[in-house]
Design a protein around this ligand. Structure first.
Ligand SMILES: NC(=O)c1ccc[n+]([C@@H]2O[C@H](COP(=O)([O-])OP(=O)(O)OC[C@H]3O[C@@H](n4cnc5c(N)ncnc54)[C@H](OP(=O)(O)O)[C@@H]3O)[C@@H](O)[C@H]2O)c1
Length: 336
């Protein structure tokens, strides 16, 4: 039996923690006991019906979890009982460019998710995790970590000495900060909170900008860098993009990742062409990207930043903690 968090109808009242019987183990399946999971902003959007209004329900939520293998099907070659594993955001994107039907491979959306104590997963939907990472730390990585890695390293080809502007201090942003510092970049970090900026400084952020007290933060970025930054980790969307386009240098990269801000702005394409800005759409990433991220995490001793872990039973508190933006880094669910 598994305890699973399933969405039956949009809204927090549509969430239920339920006992589910596990299906039979198929030849290519792996029985996993999950110990920890992490929330992503998309899980909040999913609950409220903004991520996929046509979501098939009931649906087990969540894309990110880590745990250990209990049993494997007869044809499984990658794993054996006792192995430590994490979920892949897309259960079938192994390498190369994003597949045309990527959205149909995403856990906690078209595919059953991992906010569950046990799951029968396809072998190709899992990745081995290094011993140096706890289950909690590994559970922080599949969506936010891989997204930040794909943006800055795989597509952005980040190099030492470059400047990176990171918006906010949520899951994706703090991984971007850690990855950028591991690559020898100079990081400009924005936040609505001076306390969070101080935490960012302790992780290596070089320049700190409070976007509440400095609403025209793009001017401060230009003052600090002269020409603008080489990379922007854009998690705000339409509400922040016009400023990000001003803050980036000519020929720089704007990694389009999120939609956290209120829309309300039309985006002027003129600066994109006149500055020849590389607009880089990012949709999490592949297994190969996750493997390279794990290698970097181990080599550089990157410790994923866990803000708070909630018992699975307190899922609602966990979602509300994240939705109100009180966190720095990742919010976790304990599945033990
Ligand atoms: N494209 C992809 O593949 C992909 C993958 C992962 C996430 N995402 C998207 O990326 C975004 C971030 O996801 P997440 O899971 O990291 O979220 P999160 O942990 O909830 O991060 C939220 C943080 O973003 C900051 N923020 C909010 N509004 C902002 C604004 N107007 N300007 C600057 N910063 C702002 C706040 O930081 P402070 O509290 O410091 O102000 C807030 O705490 C979401 O839109 C999510 O859907 C996309």
């Amino acid at each position: 039996m598994s305890q699973a968090l399933r969405l039956h109808a949009f809204g927090y009242d549509g969430l239920r923690l339920e006992e589910l019987t596990l299906p039979q183990l198929g030849p290519n399946d792996v029985h996993v006991r999950f110990h920890a999971a992490s929330l992503n902003y998309r899980d909040i959007m999913t609950v409220h019906g903004f991520y996929n209004p046509k979501l098939a329900m009931p649906r087990i939520l969540g894309s990110d979890a880590a745990g250990e293998v209990v049993a494997v099907g007869s044809s499984v070659t990658r794993f054996q009982p006792g192995d430590r594993v994490a979920s892949l955001f897309f259960d079938r994107w192994h390498e190369g460019e994003v597949p045309q039907d990527a959205a149909h491979m995403a856990l906690g959306d078209f595919v059953e998710g991992v906010f569950a104590t046990e799951r029968i997963m396809p072998e190709h939907g899992l990745i081995a995790i290094p011993d140096s990472l706890s289950f909690e730390q590994a559970a922080a990585l599949p969506c936010a970590g891989v997204t930040a890695w794909n943006a800055l390293v795989e597509k952005g080809h980040l190099r030492a000495g470059e400047t990176v502007l990171i918006l906010g201090t949520g899951g994706v942003s703090i991984f971007a900060l850690q990855i950028a510092k591991a690559h020898g970049a100079r990081v400009l970090l924005t936040s609505s909170s001076d306390e969070k900026l101080a935490l960012g400084k302790s992780l290596g952020a070089d320049e700190l900008i409070n976007y509440r007290t400095t609403p025209e933060w793009q001017n401060e970025v230009l003052r600090l860098t002269g020409t603008g930054v080489d990379h922007v980790v854009e998690v705000g969307g339409a509400g922040t993009l016009p400023r990000s386009l001003q803050a980036v240098r000519s020929g720089g990269h704007v990694h389009l990742i999120g939609v956290l801000s209120e829309p309300g702005h039309t985006v002027d394409p003129i600066p994109v062409l006149m500055k020849s800005i590389h607009l880089n759409g990012v949709f999490v990433g592949s297994r190969g990207m996750f493997e390279r991220l794990l290698a970097a995490v181990v080599t550089n001793k990157i410790t994923p930043v866990v803000d708070k872990s909630f018992p699975l039973q307190q899922y609602r508190e966990a979602f509300e903690h994240m939705q109100t933006g009180r966190h720095f880094g990742k919010v976790l669910l304990s599945l033990k």
